[in-house]
Design a protein around this ligand. Sequence first.
Ligand SMILES: NC(=O)c1ccc[n+]([C@@H]2O[C@H](COP(=O)([O-])OP(=O)(O)OC[C@H]3O[C@@H](n4cnc5c(N)ncnc54)[C@H](OP(=O)(O)O)[C@@H]3O)[C@@H](O)[C@H]2O)c1
Length: 257
Amino acid sequence: MTTALITGSTAGIGAAFARRLAADGHDLVLVARDTKRLREQATELHDRHGIEAEVLTADLATDEGIEAVAARLSELKNPVDLLVNNAGFGNKGRYLDVPMADELRMLKVHCEAVLRLTSAAAESMGTRGRGGIVNVASVAAFVPRGTYGASKAWVVQFTQGAARDLAGSGVRLMALCPGFVRTEFHERAGMGTDNIPGWMWLDADRVVATALSDLARGRTVSIPDPRYKALMGVVKVTPRALLGGVTSRTGRRYGPQ
Ligand SMILES: NC(=O)c1ccc[n+]([C@@H]2O[C@H](COP(=O)([O-])OP(=O)(O)OC[C@H]3O[C@@H](n4cnc5c(N)ncnc54)[C@H](OP(=O)(O)O)[C@@H]3O)[C@@H](O)[C@H]2O)c1
């Protein structure tokens, strides 16, 4: 029996990870801010799959929240074998429209928490010679898209670098880069999604299935859909200056409003 810790487990992609890992027989540590929702989720997964599900209420935008989760990842008695750094959110508006406090909160959750939790998990997993870490980024990492894209670009670069440094340690790291996924993300940020074409939407359960199979294959970056893989192939060969203009125009036309 192995244990997986998922941040942002109560909704969207995190909830899909929790469902799939519980169905596969893994015990879980569920992390988010809403204790009531976490408890309901833990009970449901325990009843349905017979696994143990711990609840850890933590706000990853605070030092105390990050430290509480890092401490759980360092526990030797009930070690965590798989960490999914998934918690995240969007801020509505362009650069300078978004209050600085919200931009800083995003960097804390998307970058600082991911760094500190990855490090706590990797140290503990390294001593046991096995483990996996999935850091949820986004295809926004590959295009110039404000603080959100920049924070996800950091997640990809950091994960790839750390994966290289930890090669041979038994600890696998992978950045997961989905396109648009139907979750609570856009509604929570107050973003309308009417302009996003239907073909661009991905299903969270499928994203998770591809992510776990890519992790098992030893990939360090997973783009879990052929359509987005093809799009990112084009993005890679497009000059950055041109890319900025194109993504800003298409983002305004087809992106969240
Ligand atoms: N949906 C997309 O189109 C999409 C695309 C690419 C990448 N992503 C990335 O996928 C990840 C998950 O997003 P999602 O779409 O599944 O979003 P979601 O449905 O809004 O779920 C977000 C989860 O994160 C938790 N969370 C938010 N802020 C937190 C904080 N400060 N501390 C602890 N937990 C926090 C939420 O629970 P509480 O509110 O209870 O804390 C919730 O469980 C994010 O990193 C996002 O950037 C999403």
